[in-house]
Design a protein around this ligand. Structure first.
Ligand SMILES: Nc1ncnc2c1ncn2[C@@H]1O[C@H](COP(=O)(O)OP(=O)(O)OP(=O)(O)O)[C@@H](O)[C@H]1O
Ligand SMILES: [Mg+2]
Length: 298
C-alpha cells in the first residue's frame, strides 16, 4: 500500500508514537528494498521523530490535493519534498504548521503529530503551532516598512518581548545563524527590502529563527536566487540541521540530493516513496520515483 511506503525505519520513539496509529500499519515495512549500504551499516543510533503524519488528506473546496499521506519525518535532519508542479508539495508543507486551514474552503483530514502532540487537537491555538514550526517562502517577503533589525525581531515583539537588550541579543544570534550578520551588522537600521534577493531570503530565515522554532519549513527557498546565494542557503541548511528539523520543498533534483538526508516523492497528491535521500536517488523502490529523479518526466 502506498502509505506504508512512507514509514521509515525509525527506532523507539516511533514505536511510542505508533501506539496511537489506529490503522496498525507495520512499523518496519520493507516496502523499499534497503540499499546495500544500509544493510552493511545498520542504524544503531536512536532516531527521533519530529512529525508523525498519518493518512493526511487535504482539500481545496471539492478538489482533493493530498491523498492519505503517511510518513514520519526524523528530527534534526533535512527532509526534501520533491515532485512535479501541482502534486501537493506546498499543500503538504502548509499542513505541517496549520496554514492550510487559512485558505477559504480548505479542509483536512488525518493526524499530524509534532513530537507526539496532535497539532490539530481541538482547542489548540494554531499560533502556538506556528511558533514551533517556522516557515520560509519561495519569494522572500521582508516587511517593507521595517528595518533589517525590526524584520528579525518582529515575531519576538509580537510575542510580547520588550527588553531591548534581549531583543538585540536575539536579533544578532538569529542573523548569525542565518549567515547574514557580517553583511548587515553596520547598517541594521536600513530597510529590509534594501537588501539583495539572497540577503532578503536569509533575512526571512533569520526572522523565522528569531522566535526559536523547533522546525523550519522551507518552500523552494532558493528557487529565485543566483547560484552563489543558492549555495549560501544550502550551506545554511546544513548548519541548521544540527539544531532544527528542516523540511524543504525543491524542484531542483541536485539540490535535494546534495542537501537532504531524506526525500519524499509526491505525485498527483500521493506519497509514492519516502526513504533516505541516497536510496531515492540511487536505488528507488518505485519506477515512478526512478523516472522522476532521472528526469524522465516532471
Ligand atoms: N489556494 C488554492 N485554492 C485552490 N486550489 C489550490 C490552492 N492551492 C493549491 N491548489 C491546488 O492543489 C494542488 C496542489 O497544489 P500545491 O500548491 O500544493 O502544489 P505544488 O506541488 O506545491 O506545486 P508547485 O511545484 O507548482 O509549487 C494543485 O492542484 C493546485 O491547483
Ligand atoms: Mg508549491
Amino acid at each position: 500500500m502506498m502509505e506504508t511506503q512512507g514509514i521509515m525505519n525509525i527506532e523507539e520513539e516511533a514505536e511510542t508514537v505508533d501506539t496511537a496509529n489506529k490503522s496498525h500499519q507495520p512499523l518496519r515495512t520493507p516496502a523499499v528494498a534497503p540499499s546495500p549500504r544500509s544493510t552493511e551499516k545498520p542504524q544503531t543510533t536512536r532516531s527521533e521523530v519530529a512529525f508523525d503524519v498519518q493518512n493526511l488528506c487535504c482539500w481545496f473546496g471539492a478538489h482533493q490535493a493530498l491523498y492519505d499521506v503517511t510518513l514520519r519525518i526524523p528530527a534534526r535532519s533535512v527532509t526534501a519534498i520533491i515532485g512535479p508542479s501541482g502534486c501537493g508539495k506546498s499543500t503538504f508543507l502548509r499542513a505541517l504548521n496549520r496554514m492550510h486551514e487559512i485558505v477559504r474552503g480548505a479542509r483536512l483530514q488525518g493526524v499530524v503529530r509534532l513530537r507526539g502532540q496532535d497539532i490539530y487537537a481541538p482547542g489548540l491555538d494554531p499560533t502556538i503551532v506556528r511558533r514551533r514550526v517556522g516557515m520560509v517562502f519561495q519569494k522572500s517577503n521582508p516587511f517593507p516598512t521595517m528595518s533589517i533589525a525590526e524584520n528579525v525581531t518582529v515575531g519576538l515583539r509580537l510575542n510580547g518581548l520588550r527588553d531591548r537588550d534581549v531583543l538585540t541579543e536575539r536579533m544578532e544570534k538569529a542573523l548569525r545563524m542565518a549567515a547574514l550578520w557580517d553583511e548587515v551588522k553596520d547598517h541594521l537600521d536600513r530597510a529590509g527590502v534594501s537588501l539583495s534577493g539572497g540577503q532578503q531570503q536569509r533575512l526571512c530565515i533569520a526572522r523565522a529563527l528569531a522566535v526559536q522554532p523547533e522546525v523550519l519549513l522551507m518552500d523552494e527557498p532558493a528557487s529565485a536566487l543566483d547560484p552563489i546565494s543558492t549555495m549560501k542557503i544550502e550551506e545554511l541548511i546544513q548548519q541548521l540541521k544540527k539544531d532544527y528539523t528542516i523540511v524543504t520543498v525543491t524542484h531542483n533534483m541536485q539540490q535535494a540530493a546534495r542537501c537532504s538526508d531524506y526525500t519524499a516523492f509526491l505525485y498527483m497528491g500521493r506519497l509514492i516513496e519516502f526513504d533516505k535521500t541516497e536510496t531515492i536517488f540511487t536505488n528507488p523502490g518505485n519506477k515512478q520515483t526512478e523516472d522522476y529523479v532521472t528526469g524522465r518526466f516532471g
